[in-house]
Write a protein of this length. Structure first.
Length: 255
């Protein structure tokens, strides 16, 4: 075989080998990137972090970031992707002295302190819910906006004298609830079913201001628990588009 053709064949063979090596290297880097994404990036994006109340700063203020452990907000305070958690780590009282926005609030068994919403301070809670199992919550005079469920199964909850907005479910079981002359508003455009279960609880006023899609693919249901009284005020209007209302047991509408 002439020298030129031998050289050319070696060149082609070398180029093919380099090409295969490059493709394999790319696949290796892609595999490593997917593993990194799966184990390190996606968990952070999918799950809210836990910001635990410690009161290490000893002043009892929400805005003192040294009073928190695990917060991902500015200076370690609870951020919008955090669940502010109150447990036996510290049972000290806390004052919400700034406007707050968190993914959720979780007051668990073991916390015996008091959480107070200071005057003019608003609270925005995301889809990780407001859950209270213990302790005392004292609302102020400004908005509490819960873009998830409000679940109270222990302790005492005194609502804001302003507006308590709830996007999803309300459940109060074996706990104290004081309406504080405020209003509870079921708002937002949540596309799932909603339940209100608060046997024997006295509300001041409940307003339904929910907007559902008119699409026939959705079939929302408002379920009112047995013994739950819904005070709708004078000359109320209850508009639930493409929605049915059902109840298990006795219920009353105070008109």
């Amino acid at each position: 075989m002439p020298y030129f053709y031998q050289k050319r064949r070696k060149q082609i063979s070398g180029n093919v080998s380099v090409s295969i090596f490059t493709k394999n290297l790319f696949k290796l880097f892609l595999f490593i990137f997917i593993i990194y994404l799966y184990f390190f990036i996606l968990p952070r994006a999918s799950y809210a972090a836990t910001a635990t109340w410690t009161n290490v700063g000893a002043d009892g203020l929400w805005s003192t970031c040294s009073n928190w452990s695990g917060g991902t907000g500015t200076d370690g305070c609870p951020g919008t992707s955090d669940i502010a958690t109150f447990n036996s780590t510290s049972t000290d009282n806390i004052s919400i002295d700034i406007n707050i926005s968190v993914a959720g609030i979780n007051i668990v068994t073991g916390y015996t302190g008091q959480i107070t919403q200071n005057s003019t301070k608003t609270m925005t809670i995301g889809s990780s819910h407001f859950i209270q199992e213990a302790g005392t919550f004292i609302g102020g005079d400004s908005l509490i906006d819960i873009n998830g469920n409000l679940s109270i199964t222990g302790g005492a909850f005194s609502s804001t004298s302003g507006s308590l907005n709830i996007e999803r479910d309300l459940g109060i079981f074996g706990a104290s609830f004081i309406h504080n002359s405020g209003v509870v508003i079921f708002d937002g455009s949540y596309t799932g079913n909603t339940s209100i279960d608060a046997n024997g609880i006295d509300f001041n006023l409940i307003i339904f201001n929910r907007f559902y899609s008119n699409g026939s693919a959705w079939s929302q249901t408002l379920t009112i628990g047995s013994g739950t009284t819904i005070p709708l005020g004078n000359s109320p209007t209850l508009t639930l588009v493409n929605t049915s209302t059902k109840c298990c047991g006795t219920h009353k509408y105070n008109l």
